[in-house]
Design a protein around this ligand. Structure first.
Ligand SMILES: C[S@@+](CC[C@H](N)C(=O)[O-])C[C@H]1O[C@@H](n2cnc3c(N)ncnc32)[C@H](O)[C@@H]1O
Length: 200
């Protein structure tokens, strides 16, 4: 029997699944929110009906699972800067009613201001300025809206102590967000901290 951990997120025999039309395995080695759940994340921020701004969409591996969770009354605005990568995402979005791909740079939120307010801003961008990018995109959050980021320490600084980088990033994000939970993604992803917070 699969056990439901969160809405439309199931676990059985150490494997995770999301349920859309059918159960799809959610690989924690390929998707950071799945790694966080496998490591015991309590405050999973994605919920049925949510409007989500997703920064760093890539091919949409994680997005297709978020799409299962938010269901048809939710919406995922999927921002990806690479034109080569977005093709696969557009294909995926064509098969789903709740994914809107945007070929944009997340450093310039003013270019997609038309999306309006969202319940959650999720970021997975391996760039030196990943916390700054997230802070810039807080303009989209509703009052009390949530953020989650898969922070990649090595992209911020490849030589400094990882724990120090995490500490600094959390401090920086705390200026704008109340930090609800942090969880290390080892052994699924090296040097990544998953952070969940709420707009202050
Ligand atoms: C680690 S991958 C994302 C993986 C994806 N979130 C998943 O779980 O399926 C990071 C992505 O961020 C994109 N990216 C990097 N800088 C960006 C920016 N400034 N704006 C939007 N996307 C960006 C990259 O092109 C890459 O596809």
């Amino acid at each position: 029997m699969r056990k439901e951990l969160f809405h439309n997120v199931y676990k059985k025999d150490d494997k995770l699944y999301t349920k859309g039309g059918k159960f799809e395995e959610w690989n924690p080695h390929k998707s950071k929110p799945a790694s966080a759940i496998m490591n015991g994340l309590k405050n999973f921020p994605v919920k049925k009906g949510m409007r989500i701004l997703y920064l760093g969409a890539a091919h949409g591996t994680t997005i297709s699972h978020f799409s299962d969770i938010v269901e048809n009354d939710g919406r995922i605005y999927a921002v990806e800067v690479s034109g080569k990568i977005i093709d696969k995402l557009v294909e995926k979005a064509g098969k789903s009613s709740n994914i809107v791909p945007l070929l944009e740079d997340a450093k310039f939120p003013e270019n997609y201001g038309w999306i309006g307010k969202v319940d959650l801003v999720y970021e997975d961008i391996a760039q030196r300025d990943q916390t700054t990018i997230l802070k810039k995109n807080k303009v989209f959050l509703k009052k009390g809206g949530l953020i989650a980021i898969a922070l990649k320490a090595k992209a911020i600084d490849s030589v400094r102590d990882i724990k120090e980088i995490y500490k600094e990033a959390v401090k920086e994000l705390s200026e704008d967000f109340e930090i609800i939970e942090t969880i290390d993604l080892e052994p699924y992803e090296h040097d990544h901290l998953f952070i969940v917070g709420r707009l202050k």
